[in-house]
Design a protein around this ligand. Structure first.
Ligand code: ZN
Length: 173
């Protein structure tokens, strides 16, 4: 993951050749976040015209990550890449996640393997844990998550709600 506070006009840290340019618009931050697709609108971040590197400042990355997590916490089921995303957001190893959720390490490992989905009590336990750990930092970004954890979680939508985010709206939250 590349992040940092790079300015327009400075030399690209990725290729060392291009001069960074800030071009507002929408970008898919999915690959940067380890997810399939997350289109973020109204994003003004430095990008390199030579190699295509996009340098997302740490605070923007955190805002977007917490918004994505908030969206995931409303889903009853989690895909393996979503479990991995949430674990990394917690800054846990698989062993640490297993310990926090009271399962063995093989189980925690299996949650991140392609093919399965985390459902039921396991999903609820992970989502509640993320809420407890990051809720304070996320504030209003976890509002919908709080509601669905208290009441009942929505079935998993065909297209995750976090697929498209607007950074201006997240900032205004
Ligand atoms: Zn470059």
């Amino acid at each position: 993951m590349k992040s940092g506070d790079f300015r327009a006009g400075s030399i690209c840290p990725s290729c060392g050749k291009g001069k960074l340019r800030v071009k507002p618009g929408k970008r898919d931050l999915g690959p940067l976040l380890g997810l399939n697709e997350v289109t973020v609108k109204n994003l003004s971040v430095p990008a390199c015209p030579a190699c295509g590197a996009v340098l997302v400042p740490g605070d923007v990355l955190e805002l977007v990550s917490l918004a994505i997590a908030g969206s995931m916490l409303t889903q009853a089921e989690l895909e393996p890449i979503e479990v991995r995303f949430l674990r990394k957001l917690l800054e846990y190893t698989q062993a640490e996640l297993a310990e926090h959720l009271g399962v063995d390490r093989a189980t925690a490992n299996r949650w991140e393997q392609e093919g399965g989905r985390m459902t039921g009590a396991n999903s609820y336990a992970l989502r509640s844990h993320v809420f407890m750990q990051l809720g304070k930092k996320a504030g209003p970004l976890f509002e919908a998550a709080e509601k669905s954890l208290k009441e009942h979680s929505a079935p998993r939508p065909a297209v995750p709600a976090y697929r498209t985010l607007d950074v201006e709206r997240l900032r205004a939250a």
